[in-house]
Ligand binder design. Sequence first.
Ligand code: COA
Length: 299
Amino acid sequence: MKTSPGVMTVSDSRSPEAQRGVVVRDVTPDLFDDLISVCSKTQLKDPVHAEGVQIKREWLTEVTRANGPIAKLAYLDGKPAAQLMFYPEDAGPQAPGRRDVLVLYCVFTGAPEDRRHGLASSLLRSFLEEVRAGKLKSVAGRRVRFIRAPVFETGEGLSMAELYGRYGFSRGPEGSFEMYREVQGTYEPPSSLKAGSTSPKAVPPTGDRRWRLLPVGRALVFYTPHCQWSYVFAERMAAVIREMSPKHEVLLVDAWRDPAAGDWPGAQAVVDGIPIYAHVAEGDGFQSEVAAVLKEGPR
Ligand SMILES: CC(C)(COP(=O)(O)OP(=O)(O)OC[C@H]1O[C@@H](n2cnc3c(N)ncnc32)[C@H](O)[C@@H]1OP(=O)(O)O)[C@@H](O)C(=O)NCCC(=O)NCCS
């Protein structure tokens, strides 16, 4: 573990986690390698994965410089083993135009053998305590109305939804793929979701001009720079589309910076203006949705 002056050790020396060798640190730039190592092991040799890591490193540098630390690391016996990432919602250029909302982006304990040692609990407790006490550096001096936490399934360990549920988070509206925890204000669901909508597929409604922005023959594939795996999956989606329709022009879109992603909330990709929602790593749902668009043509 690298030393980092001024980084706070949160675990109380008498706590069960401290006794098991768990230390929580705020992630300053000198700890970016440790942060990346929690989610990437041997994959770093793969050039696509390495590209995803580079994108994440640039994003971390930019957002940390502007906001202060946006991640916490838990070390187990000196080894970086678990991470928690967050940021003020309005830190992003495409933020929905509201203030005082904190995004808890993900919590992950990398190796199966490191799970169930209290790492995620230590991270979440540290994060929630600092939010409650107004001490989180990246929102210092500002109130936090609520925390929203996107949830997605990786099929590893305990699901994010189950973990967040244990720490007082409630589920957002069906189809929003997020949970929330109120702090000093009341939760507001994502503005793009209309009341009563059961799936992001219902938004935007048929006929909305945004459905027509993308010409036939073009596909967009979205990734977030927060996660190296997101870029890897985006490249995989692009390869699938190119293989199914070599004539399509496929563009990878950075969902943090590019407004296009906001036009199709929850979509992994868009083909001929039609959003594709299935994740490429989950069965053949992605291929089936793309095949349906290619067969039926744009609506
Ligand atoms: C959820 C996760 C972070 C938990 O990490 P962890 O370090 O093992 O968590 P902890 O040991 O601190 O346990 C946290 C709580 O969950 C419980 N828990 C952990 N794993 C569990 C399991 N497999 N089954 C049931 N309960 C479990 C613990 O008992 C503990 O409960 P408590 O707070 O009531 O005492 C880990 O399983 C994981 O990484 N899962 C994948 C999450 C994911 O997909 N993240 C996004 C990746 S990009």
